[in-house]
Each structure stands twice: as structure tokens, then as C-alpha cells.
Write a protein that binds this ligand. Structure first.
Ligand SMILES: *[C@@H]1O[C@H](CO)[C@@H](O)[C@H](O)[C@H]1NC(C)=O
Ligand SMILES: *[C@@H]1O[C@H](CO)[C@@H](O)[C@H](O)[C@H]1NC(C)=O
Ligand SMILES: *[C@@H]1O[C@H](CO)[C@@H](O)[C@H](O)[C@H]1NC(C)=O
Ligand SMILES: *[C@@H]1O[C@H](CO)[C@@H](O)[C@H](O)[C@H]1NC(C)=O
Ligand SMILES: *[C@@H]1O[C@H](CO)[C@@H](O)[C@H](O)[C@H]1NC(C)=O
Ligand SMILES: *[C@@H]1O[C@H](CO)[C@@H](O)[C@H](O)[C@H]1NC(C)=O
Ligand SMILES: *[C@@H]1O[C@H](CO)[C@@H](O)[C@H](O)[C@H]1NC(C)=O
Length: 493
């Protein structure tokens, strides 16, 4: 009798323990919810290495949570869970600290803040709950679900669009390294490079073909959308027919996998579908590597069939670049004029010359003089046949090698850059080195910092985060090639 009693007490305790554990598992703050109610509050967990989920969609394919960036920083992100790919970031330009002082709260407004110091991001809404749809769209809704959502993440894309998401002229996609952006014009999709502060070089302009229907002036704005019928469409609001159709490879095939496009760190707009276990390349706006805005990085030369080399034939194309990335211009006070040397190379042209402005000059010498005397000019390419003189007001990127030797390039190179070729890996390596090497590294570090500071000159184009989130560090071009090749590999697998 007594043993039986003890047994049942033990059993009761065991059950309690189990329930307790279950309760902790189910209701601990790391559990993902299907809806965030008013009063919701979360803080990042110091033990989380990469991603701390908070809210899931009904399929479990997508999750809203804290994404750790650069070890110490935090972005509020919507992640595609099976691939760990971020589809959307709330605060790409203003990262929060990964610290227990950072809070995500929902009080009608979804707010990411450090209450003692600042607000990183807020939706400025007054609604009842937050949900995540099975297409990755984050919604803030009132209790009446028939009302349009008070706010949706689809209206603020980061670098990714998914099927059925509308991309309007009010929106912009920005690549993770901050170098490239996509915007709509009155009848075209434009891709732009931000190679220098204020430079906004268009490098791809896809005008609507208007095969099925025309875009009628003043009849409403256009928008782009990935159609589940497997194309990137351009539409005029109010007209269901597409004014333009850019077919994906899976167009008119039985493939149904979920579609998305992303503006990649190499400047390409790339489409993928999910085959259940990986993203398969399905579309590329720029299909030839040499047509990318900077396929071989700073002062690179891209030749079809021959890959990357350097504009300066004395420099070997190694570790993905020729000269370290440069910025600013030659106008700043304090810097002596003509603090550059000149590199000439024939048989080259900019990859997007059709989209560049030019002046007509009577000779190569006149074209070079225009650039030499203009402190915001970094280089010029003269076409001897047409007399066109193309000038670049941003640090030289990759030129395309053409057989035609009458296309002549003139390029300014900052003194100090290039000749002594710097090892980009040093910055990364420092963390690993230790002990005796430390002092040496310190000296090298100071020298490098000085060089870097001098070269930064006109100011940073990209935010720190942008460079690092793209995994492109410390020069923004190191990863360009590999990123694009990775996506190409994806396609062939
Ligand atoms: C929610 O909290 C934020 C920050 O604490 C505050 O600025 C905002 O007014 C609050 N919104 C509502 C609807 O209470
Ligand atoms: C996603 O949600 C929509 C509407 O809520 C539904 O029609 C669709 O079947 C869902 N898809 C999946 C994969 O669950
Ligand atoms: C996209 O735009 C179309 C046409 O304006 C509209 O019917 C549709 O609801 C929009 N989709 C989303 C997800 O906002
Ligand atoms: C979503 O989940 C379903 C069921 O697990 C799966 O079949 C589908 O491929 C997933 N879709 C995406 C985009 O991950
Ligand atoms: C490099 O280019 C210069 C100037 O165009 C030329 O004179 C020289 O022969 C070239 N050197 C090599 C190794 O190709
Ligand atoms: C200098 O060159 C830039 C473009 O490279 C051009 O916009 C500007 O007008 C030029 N300035 C002068 C004074 O010619
Ligand atoms: C450039 O064109 C002129 C005539 O238009 C010609 O005389 C000259 O030889 C050409 N120069 C080169 C380097 O092709």
C-alpha cells in the first residue's frame, strides 16, 4: 500500500517535471509564435549564434527573428528557414546592438529600440497583431482582418522580391553591399551603380517590349512583379496584361517551385526557384559575366572567353582584384593636384557605354585633356571611329576588352595605389595572429590605416554594414566575382 503510494507520488512528480519541461519548451521566449499580440516583447539571447526566431508562418518556411550580423550587431529579419537566406531586413542601414538592452516590442507599432538610447526602427502604426504570411510578407493588421493591413513588409523590400510581390516606382532594391540598386522608370526597369558618392550610373535599362499591351502615358504608374507563370512582368496599374515579359528558364515547364529574384552583390538581378532543398538559378538579367558593371573589380579588364585580367598589364589579377578599391575624387583641398599617375590601355570600353553620357572630341588628346583637367573625372575612353569621349566620374571599375585598338582608355590612378599592391587579406588575418607577431602587425596596421584613410578621401559610399553584410570585406569587390560565379554554379547543379 505504502509502496504504491510512494510510486504514485514519484509518478506524479515525474509527470509534473515532464509538464514543466514541456511548458518551458513551449513558452520560453525562444519559442516561435504564429502571431505577435499587443504587449509582445523580446530581447536577443546572448547564446544565439546566428538567428533567433520569434514569429513563424503557417508552413514554417519563413520566420521573423533576430539575425546576428558581424558577431555584435542585430538586424530584424525575415528568413527563409530551410536555406537560412534573409529575404527582408527591417533595419539594414541602422543595425542594432546584439545586447539585452535591445528590445523588439509590439504596442500597435512594431518597434526595435534600445529604450535607454534610441529607436532603430519602427512601423509607426496602431494596429492589433503581427503575422507572417506563407510568402514571407510580414503584416501588421487590425482585429478586423477584412481591412487592408496597416503595414506590410512587401512595401519596403530589401534586396529580394518574391512571386506576386508588387515592385512600384516608390520602391528600391539595394544589394547587400550597398553598391547597386534597382528602380523603375516611366517604362523601364533600371539598375544603377553607386561607385562613388552621388554617382548614379545606370548600367542596365530594360524597356518594356509592349508586345501584349502598351504602356499608356498618364494612365497610371507601372509596377513589376514576378508572375507565378514564371516570368518577371512589367504592368501598368489597372491593366492585368503585362506590358513586358522576361521569361525565366522554367517558363512553360511543369516546374512550380516558389520564385524570387534578388539584386546580387555583383549587380546582377538573379531569379531562383525553390526545388524543395535548394535554390535553383532560373533567370539572370545580365547573362554575360563581362557585361556585369564591375566583373573584375577595380581597374580590371574582362575579356569574353578569357576571364579577368588587369588594365595595367604589369599587375597580375590575383585575389579577385587589381588595385585596391578607391573612392572620392581629385578635387579635395589639402590634396595636391595631379596626385595621380596615368594608365593607358587600348582596346577597351565600358560595359554599359550605350547608357553613358559622352562628349564628341576631335582627337584622343582632346578627350584626355577634358578628363585630365577635371578633378571629378577618373578616366575617359575615346572611340577614334566615332569621336565619342566617355568620361567616368567614379573610381575606375572593370572595362571590357574589345579587339578594336582604336578604342583608347585613359585612367587616373591615385598615387600610392597599385604600385605597392596591398594584400586584402591582412585585415582579416590580424585577428588570427598573436604573440610575437603582434607588434609587427601593429606597425603594419597603422601603416595600412594611414593609406586607407588617405584613400577614403571623399567619404564612404557604403555604410559599414552594407560591406560586411554582403560578406565583402574590406574592399567591396573581392567577392564580386565569386558571388556571381556561385550563382552560376547554382544553376548548373
Ligand atoms: C509604442 O512605443 C513606442 C516606443 O516606445 C512609442 O513611441 C509609441 O508611441 C507607442 N505606440 C503606441 C500606439 O502606443
Ligand atoms: C499560402 O497561403 C495561401 C492563402 O493564405 C494559400 O492559398 C496557399 O495554399 C498557401 N500555400 C502554402 C504552400 O501553404
Ligand atoms: C499587387 O498589385 C495588384 C494590382 O494593383 C493588386 O491587385 C494586388 O493585390 C497587389 N498585390 C499585393 C501583394 O499587394
Ligand atoms: C514550404 O514548405 C512546404 C512543405 O514543407 C514545401 O513543400 C515547400 O517547398 C516550402 N516552400 C519553400 C519556399 O520553402
Ligand atoms: C604593356 O602595355 C604597354 C603600353 O600599352 C606596352 O608598351 C607593353 O608592351 C605591354 N607589356 C606587355 C608585357 O604586354
Ligand atoms: C567634369 O566631369 C564630369 C563628369 O565626368 C562632368 O559632369 C562635369 O561637368 C565636368 N566638369 C567640367 C568643369 O567640365
Ligand atoms: C583615328 O582616326 C583618324 C581619322 O579619323 C586616323 O587618321 C587615325 O589614324 C586614327 N588613329 C588610330 C590610332 O586609329
Amino acid at each position: 500500500m505504502e509502496t504504491h503510494f510512494i510510486n504514485s507520488v514519484t509518478r506524479l512528480r515525474a509527470t509534473q517535471l515532464l509538464l514543466c519541461t514541456l511548458a518551458i519548451l513551449l513558452f520560453s521566449p525562444t519559442t516561435t509564435l504564429s502571431e505577435l499580440p499587443r504587449g509582445f516583447k523580446a530581447t536577443p539571447d546572448s547564446s544565439t549564434q546566428t538567428f533567433q526566431p520569434l514569429l513563424s508562418d503557417s508552413t514554417g518556411n519563413f520566420s521573423l527573428g533576430f539575425l546576428r550580423v558581424n558577431k555584435t550587431q542585430l538586424a530584424l529579419a525575415v528568413l527563409h528557414v530551410p536555406s537560412s537566406e534573409p529575404f527582408w531586413l527591417a533595419n539594414p542601414a541602422q543595425l542594432a546592438r546584439w545586447s539585452d538592452r535591445t528590445h523588439l516590442t509590439f504596442n500597435g507599432s512594431l518597434v526595435l529600440s534600445d529604450p535607454q538610447t534610441r529607436t532603430y526602427w519602427s512601423t509607426h502604426t496602431d494596429a492589433d497583431h503581427v503575422i507572417l504570411l506563407n510568402n514571407s510578407n510580414l503584416l501588421i493588421q487590425s482585429a478586423n482582418q477584412n481591412e487592408a493591413p496597416a503595414w506590410q513588409s512587401f512595401d519596403f523590400p530589401t534586396n529580394t522580391l518574391v512571386e506576386n510581390q508588387n515592385f512600384t516606382s516608390k520602391m528600391v532594391l539595394i544589394s547587400s553591399n550597398g553598391l547597386y540598386s534597382m528602380r523603375l522608370g516611366p517604362d523601364f526597369i533600371g539598375l544603377y551603380a553607386n561607385f562613388n558618392e552621388g554617382s548614379d550610373q545606370i548600367y542596365l535599362r530594360h524597356k518594356a517590349m509592349e508586345a501584349k499591351t502598351d504602356i499608356v502615358e498618364n494612365k497610371g504608374p507601372i509596377y513589376a512583379q514576378i508572375n507565378p507563370d514564371r516570368y518577371l512582368g512589367m504592368y501598368q496599374t489597372g491593366n492585368p496584361l503585362p506590358a513586358d515579359v522576361q521569361k525565366f528558364n522554367s517558363y512553360q515547364t511543369p516546374i512550380t517551385g516558389f520564385l524570387r529574384v534578388r539584386l546580387e552583390p555583383d549587380g546582377n538581378l538573379v531569379g531562383y526557384f525553390w526545388d524543395g532543398s535548394k535554390w535553383v538559378l532560373d533567370y539572370r538579367a545580365i547573362s554575360q559575366t563581362c557585361e556585369l558593371p564591375s566583373a573584375c573589380g577595380s581597374y580590371g579588364l574582362c575579356t569574353a572567353g578569357n576571364g579577368c585580367s588587369c588594365l595595367d598589364n604589369r599587375t597580375e589579377f590575383a585575389s579577385g582584384e587589381c588595385f585596391a578599391a578607391q573612392s572620392g575624387d581629385f578635387c579635395s583641398d589639402g590634396i595636391p593636384r595631379n596626385n595621380f599617375w596615368v594608365l593607358r590601355r587600348n582596346g577597351v570600353e565600358p560595359p554599359y557605354k550605350e547608357l553613358m553620357g559622352y562628349q564628341t572630341t576631335s582627337s584622343l588628346a582632346q578627350c584626355e585633356r577634358l578628363c585630365e583637367r577635371n578633378c571629378s573625372c577618373w578616366g575617359a575612353v575615346f572611340n577614334n571611329a566615332s569621336g565619342f569621349c566617355y568620361m567616368m566620374d567614379y573610381p575606375i571599375q572593370t572595362l571590357v576588352g574589345v579587339g578594336d585598338e582604336t578604342k583608347m582608355g585613359y585612367f587616373k590612378v591615385r598615387e600610392g595605389a597599385g604600385r605597392k599592391k596591398m594584400n586584402v587579406g591582412v585585415g582579416v588575418g590580424i585577428g588570427v595572429m598573436c604573440g610575437v607577431v603582434l607588434i609587427l602587425v601593429g606597425i603594419v596596421g597603422v601603416w595600412r590605416f594611414r593609406v586607407w584613410k588617405r584613400k577614403r578621401g571623399g567619404g564612404a559610399v557604403k555604410s559599414r554594414f552594407m560591406e560586411q553584410y554582403g560578406g565583402v570585406s574590406p574592399g567591396p569587390y573581392k567577392d564580386l566575382g565569386s558571388a556571381s560565379f556561385r550563382s552560376i554554379e547554382m544553376g548548373s547543379t
